[in-house]
Write a protein that binds this ligand. Structure first.
Ligand code: FES
Length: 123
């Protein structure tokens, strides 16, 4: 693999960058079983768990209502795509987010931010 990926790092290929429409949340299931919600904003791709912590419904059916802000389609909770933090209830818990790298037109997702084993993949 090109692009300088460390063979020991846990980067998982997710989707081609061109397959992501601007600001359109997209559900992707990785080879390791994680179901993620990906959002492309320009050259940046955000990755968060595709599960709203309020009632466990998918976030990927929601809308990007402002830069870096996704709104759950079910009860309107809003989250920061960069950190997963709750910006508006009824949800009270943050959504896990994941580091992302784009290499050769492919989107790769790393381990969860905050994972003690993720230090070798943080960018
Ligand atoms: S399931 Fe997302 S706000 Fe209720």
């Amino acid at each position: 693999m090109s692009g300088g990926h460390d063979a020991t790092a846990a980067w998982v290929a997710a989707v081609a960058l061109d397959a992501l429409d601007e600001s359109l949340p997209t559900s992707v299931v990785l080879d390791d079983g994680r179901r993620l919600c990906l959002v492309r904003e320009g050259a940046t791709v955000h990755a968060m768990e595709d599960r709203c912590p309020h009632r466990d419904f998918a976030l990927s059916g929601g809308d990007v209502v402002a830069p870096c802000v996704i709104e759950c389609p079910w009860h309107g909770a809003r989250f920061d795509l960069r950190t997963g933090a709750v910006l508006q209830g009824p949800a009270t818990d943050a959504v896990p987010v994941y580091p992302v790298q784009v290499t050769d037109g492919m989107v790769f997702v790393g381990r969860p931010t905050g994972d003690p084993d993720a230090k070798d993949v943080a960018s």
